[in-house]
Design a protein around this ligand. Structure first.
Ligand code: SAH
Length: 245
């Protein structure tokens, strides 16, 4: 079936049904163990660099959250600017690689009340990465955030868990916070995810009751990797979410 133009044009809820795949935590851990981490980027994300001012909104010394953080290099970049960075990731390997690759000494601490979870914190104290499932967190544990960088996070969440994820994210945002969200668009009949396809209608249904949602930019991110998945287009879409007062 020629789904390219059709998939792009028909970016509505009907397409989501094609993506019922559920990725188990074990599968993510295995990806890290076997080095299948094509999602990881060595360079800072161009959209974060371009729209950083919108995230910061003139503020300094923010608490910025990286859900499903992997070893995202932007965490070090924002910490170096004087912000406090808080991440969560199920793979301990990913977090240890982050600290090792940036030559950052760190300490490990248990997370009170969350069995099996621990926090890896840079010795300087400005980067705190929780090693547990995001669903184990709450504002009682991590506090609330002034900014969120969600890249490879909502799109990595199993479609059946999206509502739970969005409710948790809303509960972790300060009223004045800015949430930059990167989603992906492609023909969901041709690739089962992750990353999962998340159309604008889905973002509105997840966050629209609480947040103002504005699309900032759509960029072509098509590469050989996506061609190998059987796709013929792949877009990244950046949104800014803000609480409606
Ligand atoms: N945001 C990162 C990583 C994206 S890939 C980046 O941009 O590079 C998604 C990551 O989420 C993987 O590293 C995976 O191990 C992690 N992950 C998957 N489910 C999770 C969960 N429930 N809680 C925390 N991390 C999770």
């Amino acid at each position: 079936m020629d789904g390219a133009a059709k998939g792009r044009g028909a970016a509505g809820s009907a397409d989501i049904g094609a993506q019922e795949r559920v990725v188990a935590e074990q599968e993510w851990l295995q990806r890290w163990e076997t080095g299948k981490i094509g999602f990881h980027k060595e360079q800072r994300h161009p959209l974060l660099q371009k729209y950083l001012d919108i995230l910061l909104n003139g503020r300094s010394g923010l608490r910025i959250f990286f859900p499903l953080c992997g070893k995202a290099v932007e965490m070090k970049w924002l910490a170096d600017m004087g912000h406090r960075v808080i991440g969560v990731e199920i793979s301990e390997q990913a977090l240890k690689e982050f600290f090792a690759e940036h030559s950052l000494p760190y300490r490990e601490e248990p997370v009170p009340g969350t069995s099996g979870a621990k926090m890896l914190q840079s010795m300087s104290g400005n980067i705190s990465l929780y090693c547990c499932s995001i669903y184990d967190l709450s504002s009682a544990i991590v506090g609330k955030f002034d900014g969120v960088w969600d890249r490879g996070a909502l799109v990595a969440v199993n479609p059946c868990d999206r509502q739970r994820y969005a409710s948790l994210m809303i509960s972790l945002m300060e009223k004045s916070s800015s949430y930059l969200l990167v989603t992906v668009l492609y023909d969901p009949n041709k690739h089962k995810g992750p990353p999962f396809y998340v159309p604008e209608s889905e973002i509105k249904s997840l966050y629209g009751n609480q947040c103002e949602i504005k699309c900032l930019q759509k960029v072509n991110d098509f590469s050989d990797r996506h061609r190998e998945w059987g796709l013929d287009y792949f877009l990244e879409v950046l949104y800014i979410l803000k609480f409606v007062p």
